[in-house]
Design a protein around this ligand. Structure first.
Ligand code: ME8
Length: 499
């Protein structure tokens, strides 16, 4: 039976439309999921929307609608975006689903049974934008008042709430990080979390009474769960917790929680502590990717530089956008984007290099060989090229196994360059009259190389690599006929997006 592989993205707040950061995270997770599927893993890939909490309540109130209505409307845009960007998720979860309420109440009950929840009064700072509690020592003074470490405003809150005994898990967490050095990646995020936990953990307020848009706390009808408790639980809801034991045993613990760098604390501190308390296995890895910057600038509604990923996909094509994001952003670090950068990268790599290579070879065979190339006379250069392509494809796989996505794509390009050098040196068009036997071998070699390269890059650009593969013969097909190719990687012109 295939080895299971569970990957999740963060679930996104549907308090507004999706932005390019959301798209980036889904695309990265999708490339990993597709890659693992291609290599035989039984993949479960989950994404979705995080619909509770004060931020949703306040946004809905400002629009004069109910939180549920806001969630229904906005969640549908996230789902549409996932479809548009070819995100191959197996489940799009919404935290407003009844099944998720049941899972959240079950983990709550397990934490209560462990003696880790107690009722007390909370007084402290809360950031609605981050949906996070902060200690006084973490705050800085801003113009309009105190600011969280993320630079968002905080407000003083005081209410009766349930507390989770987070302090009890300080040492177990430190022991766990020490025993599992790859639990938090990349290294910089791991260090950040180690410092935070070593600094001491205070118990966490995990319920709210001032609004009712959330999962009801079992046995406490006036309380709803703190949004992060139910949000994090989405990962096990999707894996079948608590009732579908077979499914849960298969997919849990998750292999990768892919999230952005701003929410590593929730995933690498709170979540494992909740799971330890409920006596459930911990995820294998939390990977905190970097942030996308618009021409080097942080995106924000007030600056007005928030970019609609659907518009970019519309202007440049889904695969050009996917390719750019995975190739140009060093995975784990921040990265910057602009219309020019997308167009330059897609034209250089996809249109001029890979696309042009495939187009030249296929068009030549369709036109001059009636679509069919017999065996021909092989030379050393042919095996040398295929070996180079295989090295490039193996380097792609090694990098993808290690989540070094941009390095993987870069390594793949070395295979494309090798083909372009080979075709220029072998010049099959010149051989047509002088040495057709040799020409045939060269074309065959190129068909093989292009096929291997297209197969390797499928997880990154699934539609266009799929279209190309559909035009190529499989390696052992002797009856193939190549038709005049339709161009797959058009040259892009710079457009005026909002970026
Ligand atoms: O944090 N570049 O939701 P969210 C790259 N609901 N990634 C970005 C980004 C940017 N500019 N801006 C945001 C939440 N992200 C919670 C998660 S999970 C149980 C609950 C990433 O909609 C961000 O880091 O604010 C996060 O991983 C994801 O987008 C959703 O952010």
């Amino acid at each position: 039976m295939a080895d299971p592989f569970y990957i999740s993205t963060a679930i996104h707040y549907p308090n507004g439309r999706p932005h390019i950061g959301h798209a980036y995270e889904m695309i990265a997770a999708d490339a990993i999921a597709r890659y693992q599927r291609q290599h035989g893993r039984d993949v479960f890939f989950q994404t979705g929307t995080d619909e509770h909490g004060l931020k949703m309540v306040k946004t809905a109130r400002d629009r004069g609608i109910e939180a549920r209505e806001l969630a229904d409307e906005m969640s549908s845009y996230f789902r549409e975006m996932a479809e548009k960007l070819d995100i191959s998720c197996d489940r799009f979860i919404r935290t407003s689903e009844p099944e998720h309420y049941a899972a959240s109440q079950a983990i709550w009950q397990a934490m209560a049974d462990a003696g880790d929840l107690y009722l007390d009064r909370y007084e402290g700072w809360y950031s609605v934008r981050d949906e996070a509690f902060y200690e006084e020592k973490e705050l800085t003074d801003g113009e309009g008042g105190k600011l969280s470490p993320q630079g968002t405003p905080v407000e003083w809150t005081a209410e009766e709430t349930w507390f989770f005994k987070l302090s009890k898990y300080q040492q177990p967490l430190l022991d766990f990080y020490a025993a599992n050095p790859d639990f938090i990646r990349p290294e910089s995020r791991r260090n950040e979390i180690l410092r935070f936990v070593e600094g001491g953990l205070v118990d966490l307020s995990v319920s709210r009474t001032s609004f009712d848009w959330g999962v009801p706390v079992p046995g406490s009808p006036d309380h709803v769960m703190y949004v992060w408790v139910d949000a994090l639980t989405n990962y096990i809801t999707g894996a079948g917790y608590p009732d579908d034991r077979e499914r849960f045993a298969k997919y849990w613990p998750a292999d990768i929680h892919l999230i952005g760098k701003d929410i590593v604390r929730f995933h690498a501190v709170y979540w494992p502590a909740f799971l330890m308390s409920a006596n459930l296995p911990l995820p294998k890895q939390v990977f905190g990717h970097g942030f996308l910057l618009n021409r080097g600038e942080k995106m924000s509604k007030s600056v007005g530089n928030v970019v609609d990923p659907m518009q970019l996909a519309e202007l440049y094509g889904v695969d050009a956008l996917r390719y750019f994001l995975l190739r140009d952003v060093s995975f784990g670090n921040d990265g910057t984007f602009s219309d020019e950068a997308i167009v330059t990268r897609a034209n250089a790599d996809l249109s001029n290099s890979f696309g042009n290579l495939a187009q030249r070879v296929l068009a030549f065979i369709a036109k001059n060989c009636e679509g069919h190339v017999p065996g021909g006379r092989a030379e050393e250069a042919d095996a040398a090229l295929l070996a180079e392509v295989d090295v490039a494809c193996a380097a792609f796989r090694t990098a993808f196994d290690d989540l070094a996505l941009s390095q993987g794509v870069e390594a793949w390009m070395t295979g494309v360059f090798a083909c372009n050098q080979y075709i220029d040196a072998a010049a099959p068009w010149a051989l047509r009259k002088t040495d057709p036997e040799r020409m045939n071998a060269v074309l065959r070699t190129l068909l093989r190389a292009i096929r291997r390269l297209a197969t390797t890059i499928l997880p990154v650009i699934p539609t266009s690599a799929g279209k190309l593969l559909a035009q190529l013969p499989s390696e052992d097909d002797e009856d193939f006929r190549i038709a005049a190719p339709s161009p797959i990687f058009p040259r892009l012109e710079l457009q005026a997006s909002d970026a």
